[in-house]
Design a binder for this molecule. Structure first.
Ligand code: ZN
Length: 280
């Protein structure tokens, strides 16, 4: 019997919702959900939209709460159709494929913006919120201190990062990292950041004392076993402090700085991240 195979292309209707307040003027761009599983940033963006709808806003602003909608639906970091990290795909360089199409869309909004704020959430529920900024870029540093987020860390100039590429293009840009883990969000931090961003849009001056740190260093587990943590996020550590105990073996810090995020007390595998420290 003759066999025939017919391929029927499926059209996936994806849209990216863009909320504009204050007319068509170029304004501040706030993006969340570049990584689909980082829900605290998405939650914060949606709460911010609610605040603006209820109270109005003094500054023109464009908000993209879910930049990577298929990844968000699948609760994955990347769009599973190509598996590319969207936050390594900027600026858009005329390439084909789902993540590049999104990069093109977000980059065209970024080019028209006066300022960019990119919301993410880290891989850990135990985490303090912090701003990432390229210190060499004065306008971005000024933007960082205009928000009521105390902890500011130095960003790496990795290629393809939305905030870094925007800063290089002359648009003051920061990334904000909140607590959260693979689709799980931190409601308190989301609400807190929405309020901070709203105050910023209402031109309220920051009252926070800002602390600047260097790059972020990850500490990985040297072995598998039951992890006990004598440290918590927000705590300062010095070189040679005990930062973890795994099956009676102590792990010492190689750096001085502030603990940004930690694993949970759990059975940890060799090579898994115990914590991240922003260097003094
Ligand atoms: Zn992210």
């Amino acid at each position: 019997m003759k066999r025939t195979i017919k391929k029927i292309p499926l059209k996936i209707d994806t849209t990216i919702d863009i909320y504009r307040f204050g007319g068509d003027e170029n304004g501040i761009l706030i993006v969340a959900g570049v990584h689909g599983n980082e829900v605290t940033g998405i939650y914060a963006a949606r709460k911010l939209i609610e605040l603006i709808e209820e109270n109005g806003c003094e500054t023109p602003v464009t908000i993209v709460p879910v930049a990577n909608p298929i990844a968000f639906s699948c609760r994955t970091r990347s769009d599973p159709r190509d598996g590319l990290d969207l936050n390594r795909a900027f600026p858009y360089e005329d390439k084909e494929g789902p993540s590049h199409y999104i990069a093109n869309c977000i980059w065209s909004l970024t080019k028209d913006a006066t300022t960019l704020i990119d919301l993410h959430s880290s891989d850990h529920l135990s985490a303090i919120p912090y701003v990432v900024c390229l210190y060499d870029d004065e306008p971005s540093k000024k933007l960082a201190v205009s928000l009521d987020v105390e902890t500011i860390v130095g960003g790496r100039e990795n290629k393809g990062l939305l905030f870094a590429e925007a800063a290089r293009s002359g648009i003051p840009s920061i990334l904000i990292e909140l607590a959260g883990e693979y689709g799980i969000y931190n409601e308190e931090q989301g609400e807190w950041l929405a309020r901070i961003l709203f105050d910023f849009l209402m031109n309220k001056e920051s009252t926070a004392t800002h602390n600047f740190y260097g790059n972020i260093m990850d500490v990985h587990s040297p072995k598998k076993g039951i992890l006990r943590l004598p440290i918590e996020p927000g705590q300062k550590v010095k070189k040679d402090d005990v930062i973890a105990v795994i099956e009676e073996e102590e792990v010492f810090s190689e750096h001085s700085g502030i603990v940004l995020r930690t694993a949970e007390q759990s059975m940890i595998k060799e090579g898994e991240r115990i914590c991240s420290i922003a260097l003094d």
